[in-house]
Design a protein around this ligand. Structure first.
Ligand code: ADP
Length: 267
C-alpha cells in the first residue's frame, strides 16, 4: 500500500548549521498518524477520560514538541503512539501500518524495529557499559543474529560526546551522560520515530541543554523524526512544531516554527 502523505501545503525545511533551507513543493511522507484517538481509563466506578479524540500527523524528519499541564494526557498519548497502550477508540498508523490491527507479537516487533523510546528515567542496564547497553539493543533488534555492531555503536556514542565513556557503567556517569547513552540506545537501530517523554526532566539546565542539542543533532544528521513531551518552553523551542494539549485534546496548534522562520529567510 502506498504510504500516506500530508495534505497541507508541503514545505520541507531543514537546518544547516541553523541556516534554514526551504525546499518547496515536495510531498512530505507522513510517518505517524493518529486518527480520533480516545482513551478512557476505567478505575472502579469512575471513568477517567485521558484523551478525547486526538488527530495528529507527523511527517518524516519532523521534530514535534507536545506541551500541556500535568494530567492533560501527554504521556497517555505518547504511550498510545508507541503501541505501549491500546486506545479505547481511534487508530494509530506508523509508517503505513495500523498498529492497532497487529497481533501482540507483531506489535512488539514493530515497536522494536520502528520506535525508539527515551524516558525521564534513563533505564540503562546497570551491569553493562555504555557500549554494552547499545550492543544489547542491537542484538535484540537483530533477533540475536550476531554481527559486530561495535563500530556503529562506538561512532554514535562519539557523536553524542561520550568517546571517553564507552566502557563506563551507568553508575560511573552523570545523569546527562546516562541520558545521552539512553538516547544513543534509542536510535542505534535507526527507528522510524523517536518518542521522548520529558527526557530532560531529571537533568540540571546545563545537561538539559546538552541533551537538547543532541536531539537536534540527531534530527538534522539522520533526519530522525522526534516527538517529545515537555513542560519546559525552552525545550519546546528547539522543535519544528509545538502541539499544545488541554484536557485530553489538542488545544491549539501553534504555527509551524520553521515555516515562519523559512518565510522570514525569504524576506
Ligand atoms: P500527563 O502526561 O499530561 O501528565 P497523563 O497521560 O499521565 O497526563 O494522564 C492523563 C489523565 O489520565 C490523568 O487524569 C491521569 O490521572 C489519568 N491516568 C493516567 N494513567 C492512568 C491509569 N493507568 N489509570 C487511571 N488513570 C490514569
Amino acid at each position: 500500500m502506498e504510504a500516506p502523505f500530508c495534505e497541507h501545503k508541503e514545505v520541507k525545511v531543514c537546518y544547516d548549521n541553523r541556516r534554514i533551507i526551504l525546499h518547496g513543493g515536495s510531498r512530505l511522507k507522513t510517518i505517524l498518524e493518529a486518527k480520533g484517538v480516545t482513551k478512557v481509563y476505567r478505575t472502579g466506578r469512575v471513568d477517567v477520560w485521558a484523551l478525547r479524540g486526538i488527530d495528529l500527523n507527523v511527517s518524516q524528519g519532523e521534530f514535534v514538541a507536545i506541551m500541556g499541564p500535568s494530567g492533560c494526557g501527554k504521556s497517555t498519548l505518547l504511550h498510545i503512539l508507541g503501541g505501549l497502550t491500546p486506545p479505547s477508540k481511534g487508530e494509530v498508523w506508523l509508517d503505513g501500518v495500523n498498529i492497532g490491527a497487529l497481533s501482540d507479537a507483531e506489535r512488539t516487533r514493530t515497536r522494536r524495529n520502528k520506535i525508539g523510546f527515551v524516558f525521564q528515567r534513563f533505564n540503562l542496564l546497570p551491569t553493562l557499559s555504555a557500549l554494552g547497553n547499545l550492543e544489547i539493543a542491537r542484538y535484540i533488534h537483530k533477533n540475536g543474529a550476531g554481527g559486530n555492531g561495535s563500530e556503529s555503536s562506538r561512532d554514535l556514542l562519539k557523536i553524542l560526546g561520550l568517546e571517553n565513556k564507552l566502557r563506563s557503567k551507568p553508575i560511573e556517569m552523570s545523569g546527562g551522560e546516562q541520558q545521552r547513552v539512553a538516547l544513543a540506545r534509542a536510535v542505534i537501530n535507526r527507528p522510524a520515530i523517536l518518542l521522548a517523554d520529558e527526557p530532560t526532566g531529571n537533568l540540571d539546565s546545563e545537561n538539559s541543554q546538552t541533551v537538547l542539542h543532541m536531539l537536534q543533532d540527531l534530527n538534522t544528521r539522520f533526519n530522525q523524526t522526534i516527538i517529545l513531551i515537555t513542560h519546559n518552553p525552552e525545550v519546546a523551542a528547539v522543535a519544528h512544531r509545538l502541539v499544545e494539549m488541554r484536557d485530553g485534546k489538542i488545544h491549539d496548534r501553534v504555527q509551524d516554527v520553521t515555516y515562519h522562520a523559512a518565510e522570514e529567510s525569504f524576506l
